[in-house]
Ligand binder design. Structure first.
Ligand code: CTP
Length: 401
């Protein structure tokens, strides 16, 4: 899923400097920000500040000759998922509620079909003026969100209502607006990721090449879609995801225990980890010294975590496994789907270009009980969204039948 696009319109008032903080904070989240300014706003803050904070061009002139796009305002309007005017002066408020389009900001506002949010900031007398109050009413009637200014000491030394709402408050309103798009809100997603390490002695282990990237990408997507997410991660070189509960484990036995401990609360369980099938029967207390020309390590079977989860599946749970194959992908994967009682299995062939452990892309076949779908090459993040979307469809189907 692409980042949400927020268009920030900055108008000419001293509170324009607070828009810098807002743009800085939003850019660090899952939003892409573009800023447009009125001519007056550029007297308070330079466009370069917003360009640096948003990593996007910041324009103010509707007719600028070297604009790369001749119908910039229309394309910008189509690009936006939310248009926020912050701070919004009395003048610009009056213009936009009366359909006046005489500069880049007001023209883009009129062309925008997305939700609009207005954060007024002005002198108390201007704010309380019945004309401004009428304009606020009009804005509400048009369905725009008003983030009301607060009472405080104003830059003009007056005290009263007109101070821009706090950046915290505006950020919260914006987050709340996008949270409406969270189809997995109230769901718990439990994901295993990465390899396991099976110790031979204090310095050696048996493991595999799994990077954990696919499991983490699913976790990130699930978080974005509003779910509570728990990741049980084998040893990976990845940074814990913000807002995701991450339990670090080493061996298959540790992973088994952590998965079991978190199973009851989970609605979707996704086994993306590459679990070692076998572990050394004995872990030597001390480093094994070399002795002779060969060495035998006796291995015993690890529990099949996915098969355990499948055999303990509750009615409200949807289970998804993975299968890494090097031959007979469809047949082998379908066998695993059935044997382990999964609702879905994601299968890939290690030898396909663009698939595999270390890449940022994946080429997979998605197997459901009665359907096989061959997907094109996707980024691991795109595949994360696709998996969650399909699991949700399966859940909806199950609850209807
Ligand atoms: N899996 C598991 N516990 C194991 C081994 C595998 O939970 N001990 C899970 C994996 O996380 C994956 C699925 O089972 O979701 C299939 O794993 P894979 O290694 O492809 O299959 P195996 O069942 O191990 O069969 P084989 O190695 O013979 O292909």
């Amino acid at each position: 899923m692409a980042k949400k696009h927020i268009l920030i319109g900055v108008t000419g008032g001293i509170a324009a400097y607070k828009a810098c903080d807002l743009v800085s904070r939003l850019s660090k989240k899952e939003y892409e920000i573009k800023v447009i300014m009125t001519e007056h706003a550029t007297k308070f803050v330079r466009p370069l500040t917003f360009e640096t904070l948003s990593h996007n061009p910041c324009e103010s002139d509707l007719f600028k000759e070297d604009l790369c796009d001749p119908i910039y305002h229309i394309n910008l309007a189509k690009w936006a998922d939310l248009f926020v005017i912050v701070p919004c002066s009395a003048n610009v408020l009056a213009k936009v509620v009366h359909g006046i389009a005489d500069d880049l900001l007001s023209t883009t506002f009129l062309a925008c079909t997305c939700q609009k949010m207005i954060c007024p900031a002005m002198n108390v007398n201007m704010y309380e003026n019945e004309v401004t109050q009428h304009n606020i009413q009009l804005a509400r009637q048009y369905g725009y969100t008003i983030v009301e200014p607060v009472v405080g000491h104003l830059a003009c030394n007056d005290t009263g209502k007109g101070k821009l709402a706090s950046v915290d408050e505006i950020e919260k309103e914006i987050d709340a607006y996008f949270k409406k798009d969270e189809p997995l809100k109230g769901k718990h997603v439990l994901i295993s990721a990465g390899p396991t390490q099976e110790a031979i002695d204090p310095v050696r282990f048996i493991s595999n090449h799994s990077s954990g990237k696919q499991g983490y990408a699913i976790a990130k997507a699930a978080k974005e879609l509003g779910a509570d997410v728990t990741v049980v991660a084998g040893p990976v070189n990845l940074v814990d995801l913000e807002g995701v509960e991450t339990i670090h484990v080493t061996s298959a036995m540790d992973m088994f225990e952590a998965m079991k401990a978190n199973l009851d609360k989970a609605n979707y369980i996704i086994m993306a980890a590459a679990v070692a099938d076998y572990r050394p029967e004995i872990i030597a207390d001390q480093k094994i010294k070399k002795d002779g020309n060969d060495m035998v390590v006796h291995l015993v079977k690890n529990p099949d975590i996915l098969a355990y989860i499948g055999s303990h599946k509750k009615d409200n749970q949807i289970i998804c496994g993975f299968a890494m194959e090097t031959e007979n992908l469809d047949t082998n994967a379908r066998e695993k789907l059935e044997k382990k009682n999964c609702d879905m299995l994601i299968a890939n062939n290690l030898f396909t270009e663009g698939a595999g452990f270390k890449t940022d892309t994946n080429v997979v076949t998605l197997l459901k009980k009665n359907e096989t779908i061959h997907l094109p090459k996707l980024t691991k993040e795109e595949l994360g969204y696709k998996i969650l979307e399909t699991l949700q469809e399966l859940e909806n189907y199950a609850s209807r039948n």
